[in-house]
Design a protein. Structure first.
Length: 99
């Protein structure tokens, strides 16, 4: 199943760091994403763009995971030549992951 079937996501940015939230629709699916969507898996999923570390923060009462992707935006908004300088589409890309 794709993540989009059980969760939604939002993306933010600060400099060359992308912040991606992953929030389950049903709290009963939280353990499933917690066990399936690891730092390593997210880094591998975005291997083309993430040049730094990936850190995961768990928010169990919200049914959410928050991923911080360092060196992920081509140098940041003012330096990047990417079409999506802010990385807003990264949330949609993460939701395509199979778990």
């Amino acid at each position: 199943m794709k993540l989009r079937e059980i969760a939604h996501s939002r993306t933010g940015d600060k400099g060359n760091i992308s912040n991606i939230s992953l929030i389950v629709y049903d709290i009963n699916d939280y353990e499933k994403i917690k066990n399936s969507v690891t730092e390593e898996k997210v880094k591998a999923w975005f291997h083309d763009i993430v040049k730094g570390e990936v850190r995961r923060y768990e928010l169990p009462k919200l049914g959410a995971l928050n991923f911080v992707l360092e060196k992920a935006l081509g140098g940041g908004v003012t330096k990047s030549l990417a079409i999506d300088m802010h990385g807003k589409t990264l949330s949609s890309a993460l939701l395509e992951m199979e778990i």
